[in-house]
Design a protein around this ligand. Structure first.
Ligand code: GLA
Length: 403
């Protein structure tokens, strides 16, 4: 695909179009021109931060018409349109159309982290404290007494430097952010890079890379919520879920892992076979009660896979639309969150309220509270090392879960 850069006069927005491909497809197959003509990427202005910095939206469309919109504010995935079995596209990612909504006090209060990059540390750190190399560090306690998703101004609420690209694998966006030493209480100057790549194989690849000048904990993730019927639809309780996890980490009543690694066998946490999310969610179970539903870290079956090898983490299939998302990752675990804190207060892109459990999040990660739990895989990045992590989401539509 050849990319052509157009500066729209007077509008102040930049547009990049895959015109080469569009023309080619137009000659080859008239019927497909609608999709093909849109294939490529486009950059538009989303708005301004209170300090005047401009925020952009980057739109990518692959050869099959899948469309991804990302902003450099928080690296937020704003929308993702994928086809159902009949070839009809719907936006399956929860989110908003305007920057103002993401910046609003109402949204900050609810803080669902729709679609955002999470850092420096995804999920919770008990008491907002940890000790490292003989020093104790204090972090924001923004979730009761605990630290959640990087603190008051985590990576979901900062402006990233963005650079769109085209590679053999697809088109996408490199996002870069440097978190200064001491930011949100964390040690070390952390240079972070997150790359989104949309492939013609209908995958969204997310690559994370970071280096630091002092030892520091790090646990980056992506916090998209999906509803495979389309965002703004009713609950996700009928979605069928498979998680490739023989065990999970039980939590206390503030959602901090107790340290136990518990087999899922015989519990409502056994998703090793595809099961509707809602089938056991109301069972009388202490762990479900603590989470108000599912909000737990699942330990993936990595067997002897190398730490840079992708393994299957989860698959979700929605029977009405036939949409499926399959997640593979280099991470050792995944947080399954069934949207328990959504309560209808936030209104989405179609003007429909995001009700209780109307979206699910599957966040690939290291275990929560690892900086305080020596038995968990380490999340400490040393100055001589490079943090690398990859998660791939593959979208399809199929007649049955196992097709
Ligand atoms: C994660 C947490 C949940 C919740 C959501 C955002 O999934 O584990 O408890 O905070 O983020 O609402």
């Amino acid at each position: 695909m050849s990319l052509i850069y157009v500066q729209k006069a007077g509008v102040g927005s930049k547009v990049l179009l895959g015109v080469g491909l569009a023309v080619l497809m137009f000659n080859a197959a008239q019927a497909q021109t609608e999709t093909a003509a849109e294939s490529g990427m486009e950059v538009t202005v989303f708005g301004q931060l209170p300090d005047g910095r401009q925020v952009d939206v980057y739109q990518f469309t692959n050869a099959n018409g899948i469309e991804l919109r990302v902003t450099n504010y928080g690296g937020i995935i704003l929308s993702l349109k994928t086809p159902n079995l009949a070839g009809e596209f719907d936006d399956i990612a929860l989110g908003f159309d305007s920057l103002e909504t993401y910046l609003s006090e109402e949204y900050r209060q609810a803080n669902p982290y729709f679609g955002a990059i999470i850092g420096r540390y995804g999920n919770r750190i008990a008491g907002g404290r940890f000790a490292l190399n003989g020093e104790t560090y204090s972090l924001a306690t923004n979730d009761g007494n605990n630290h959640l998703h990087g603190g008051d101004q985590g990576f979901d609420k900062v402006l990233w430097e963005a650079e769109p690209f085209e590679s053999d694998e697809g088109t996408g966006l490199v996002l870069r952010y440097t978190s200064e030493d001491g930011e949100e209480g964390y040690p070390g100057r952390l240079e972070t890079e997150v790359t989104y790549t949309l492939t013609d194989n209908d995958e969204l690849m997310v690559d994370y890379r970071a280096v630091t000048d002092k030892a520091t904990p790090i646990n980056l993730t992506q916090h998209s919520y999906f509803n495979l019927k389309g965002e703004g639809s009713d609950t996700i309780l009928d979605h069928q879920l498979m998680i490739n996890a023989p065990a999970f980490t039980p939590v206390n009543d503030t959602l901090i892992p107790t340290g136990e690694i518990r087999a899922v066998d015989g519990t409502p946490f056994d998703f090793t076979q595809a099961t509707p999310i809602g089938e056991r969610i109301e069972q009388d179970n202490e762990q479900l009660a603590f989470g108000g539903g599912y909000d737990h870290n699942f330990v993936l079956a990595r067997d002897n896979a190398a730490s840079d090898e992708l393994v299957l983490a989860a698959k979700v299939w929605e029977p009405q639309s036939g949409r499926m998302v399959e997640i593979t990752t280099t991470e050792p675990a995944i947080q399954f969150y069934s949207g328990n804190f959504l309560n209808g207060d936030l209104t989405g892109k179609q003007g429909k309220a995001y009700g209780h459990r109307s979206g699910f999040a599957l966040e690939t990660q290291h275990y929560p509270d690892s900086p305080n739990q020596d038995a968990f895989p380490s999340t400490i990045l040393e100055p001589d090392d490079t943090y690398l992590s990859r998660t791939v989401y593959r979208f399809s539509a199929q007649e049955s879960f196992d097709e």
